[in-house]
Write a protein that binds this ligand. Structure first.
Ligand code: ZN
Length: 455
């Protein structure tokens, strides 16, 4: 997920930091494509019981194919993919995200895939009508207001399509009250506050991002009677989806956040958190990395209050999934799938475009192999989901439509959300059944640059 909601507007990445980040992206993207190519290759090569000799011949062949495929991966192509997919903001349901879908469709057609389709779904999205904000009041006067927009550190990022910080599906509202700090907003955090006698009822709860999903945080706060929620990323935590049935809008909205929620950067959280007093729970730790001792609530008899103003709207939009199929020869009914969402909160440099850059390079390599006469044994399906950030909509709509077919025919699905994420180590998650496949794939990645070995 991404920067705006996850990290607020206080991100202080700079041009200097960004460059090695992009280079690291290219290098790691290379690893991931190579590893994924191998994993896909692994599945493509399986499925037939053969005599020993045939089996050996087959293994040699697929080894050769794997090697060839890995050698074809080009860092220049990865770089230009990443640049292309991150040029402009491509919010789900936007014209820009639709253009990227058409680009992917055209590329996959050009690569000689058996079929390439664009599937349209109409889903309920959310956007701010006006920028939300948080104000600090001293008596009747406003003494501080959070910024409307993230700071643009690179002039090209100053684009009118950059959405202002907001929390998707949070209802509009203007609420005023005392502030309570609830750490990460986990069950244990609220329990710890309760033990201290801190009451959230009628209050605005500020919580830091991390540990649990953002939707869960405001749910618990709402249950405890809070009137609003503010999310921010503490410096301490930086290191590291026509014609189908859908719930009536009023029903769907009951499942969405029920109190106004606004994300802010830690720079803007600073003056708010600073007003808080009261002893912190001994466990879990509530102290973050801002340079003062954190408190849990505003003094009851103090003059300070917080105003939270959110003006969001829910609306229907068309989102497009791109589905590219390379039909298998001996087991065409068995599907090996690889996909990633395409939409981004804003530019989506790491999430999702680093993954998409890798997926596009993999598809180019598969296309090259197709031109040389190669065919996979099983069917390969490449997928670009049209909406994921606000909720998993592109993929879920597609899964719902094809659930019967998929439960009978899908062999595996590999998701490449981000091929770059902060540090230089390899990180992947899988169902236990896939653990060994994944480990074996990493063993086949060539060593490169100054790394002694990958596995
Ligand atoms: Zn993502």
């Amino acid at each position: 997920m991404k920067m705006l909601n996850e990290e607020g507007k206080g991100i202080s990445y700079t041009r200097q930091k960004r460059r090695p980040f992009v280079v690291a992206g290219i290098i790691l993207g290379f690893f991931v494509v190579a590893a994924l190519g191998i994993v896909v290759g692994y599945f493509i090569g399986r499925g037939q019981i053969k005599s020993c000799d045939e089996g050996k011949k087959h293994d040699d062949q697929s080894d050769k194919l794997r090697k060839e495929a890995v050698e074809m991966v080009s860092t220049d192509e990865l770089r230009s993919n990443l640049e292309y997919f991150t040029k402009v903001p491509h919010f789900p349901g936007s014209k820009e995200n639709y253009e990227l879908a058409k680009y992917i469709r055209n590329k996959w057609k050009e690569y000689g895939f058996t079929s390439v389709t664009m599937k349209k779904y109409i889903v309920m999205l959310s956007r701010p009508i006006k920028p939300g904000f948080v104000s600090l009041y001293h008596g009747g006067s406003e003494i501080f207001r959070s910024a409307d927009q993230e700071t643009f550190y690179i002039p090209s990022e100053n684009n009118s399509n950059v959405v202002t910080p907001f929390n998707a599906y949070a209802p509009s509202g203007r609420v005023k009250g005392k502030l309570v700090y609830a750490n990460y907003g986990r069950e244990e955090d609220f329990d710890a506050l309760e033990k201290l006698g801190v009451n959230c009822s009628g209050k605005i709860v500020i919580m830091r991002y991390g540990k649990i999903g953002r939707a869960t945080k405001s749910k618990r706060a709402h249950k405890l009677g809070a009137i609003g929620a503010i999310y921010y990323m503490d410096p301490q935590d930086y290191a590291r989806k026509e014609g189908m049935y859908r719930l009536p809008k009023e029903e769907a909205e009951k499942l969405l956040p029920q109190i106004p929620v606004q994300p802010i950067g830690y720079k803007d959280a600073y003056p708010l958190l600073k007003t808080l007093v009261g002893e912190l729970p001994s466990s879990p730790s509530f102290q973050g990395a801002l340079n003062f001792t954190y408190g849990v609530e505003m003094a009851e008899n103090g003059t300070r209050t917080v105003l939270l103003n959110v003006t969001n709207e829910n609306y229907d939009a068309d989102v497009y999934n791109v589905v590219g199929v390379i039909e298998g020869t001996t087991h065409p009914d068995e599907l090996v799938m690889l996909g990633n969402h395409r939409d981004a909160w804003i530019f989506g440099a790491a999430d999702p475009s680093s993954g998409t850059a890798a997926m596009m390079e993999l598809s180019r390599v598969l296309g090259e192999q197709l031109k040389k006469g190669w065919r996979p044994k099983r069917t390969i399906v490449l997928l670009s989901w049209g909406a994921e950030e606000p909720q998993y909509m592109g993929s879920v709509e597609w899964l719902e439509e094809y659930s019967r077919l998929l439960s009978a025919r899908a062999v595996a699905y590999l998701n490449v959300d981000m091929s770059v994420d902060g540090n230089y180590s390899f990180r992947a998650k899988s169902a236990p059944l896939m653990d060994w496949v994944l480990a074996k794939a990493t063993m086949k990645v060539n060593k490169t640059n100054n790394l002694n070995k990958f596995y």
